[in-house]
Design a protein around this ligand. Sequence first.
Ligand code: BJW
Length: 249
Amino acid sequence: MEQLRALASRIRTARTVTVMTGAGVSAASGVPTFRGPEGLWRSFRPEDLATPEAFERDPALVWEWYGWRRAKVASCRPNAAHDVLARWSRDDLKQVRIVTQNVDDLHLRAGTRELIRLHGSLWEVKCFNGCAVGARAWRDDRVPLPHPVPRCPHCGGPARPAVVWFGESLDESDVDRASDAASCELFLTVGTSAVVYPAAGFVRLARSRGAFTAEINLEPTPASSQVSLSILGAAEEVLPAIDQLLASV
Ligand code: BJW
């Protein structure tokens, strides 16, 4: 409880807050995480499904997996963690930016205002060949998709999920915005294993720029030793508890 009070007090006084989220924030909604005993990478190899080479080899297999995940996420709803962060992001008295690695768009569905999506969205597709028009992602939230491998409407080539696969660069403007957001008074990382870069590097960057740093996770991560305050607990419980403390003063 002392730790929650300490974090609530930091949040109360900070004028600029940045929250970096990962798959653990959506776990209570029923969206599978990647790592850990129940994680996707226990049953699926990223090399087979989440690289451009995998898509080139077998686009139908990759789309089958993404189709399954889209159907799963479509049946999920934002949880209390998303709701609290969305409310904070709409606070007119301070700037609260949410930087997420999640591709499920549950932060958007919860009504988050300032959202930076580092790894794209399950609900957007783009041209795999990178044709001039289709390189820009477009939204397609049909479940199921009508074709096993959707086509780019501009060049007819295969379309791919507009997510960031291993070995791919993140969108430069997203990285710039996230880097900007690392200049804040309080940087909080929630529900991420903190092993995937460049996302995992932002907590250190924020700290080096003078932010107070904190983490909320079910278990210790590589970020735990870098932050000033590490809270072990579920995002969907800890964030509402902090929100209540904020409301009670
Ligand atoms: C709870 C909870 C609850 C559970 N409450 N908590 C520097 C050093 C080393 C390597 C690299 C580096 N720079 C680049 C790399 C290579 C690579 C990388 O980082 N590899 C590492 C794994 C070693 N990075 C890249 O390739 C990136 N590209 C890049 O940097 O380009 C330039 C470049 C290329 C090549 C070489 C060098 C430079 C791209 C990374 C793309 C990541 N893509 C994925 C898939 C997205 C699409 C899809 O979904 O299909 O993104 S991988 C997957 O991991 C997904 C996630 O966003 C990401 C992070 O996972 P996250 O969110 O942390 O989830 P989990 O499951 O790992 O953890 C969940 C956590 O929640 C756990 O800690 C639980 O305890 C906790 N939890 N329930 C609170 N209720």
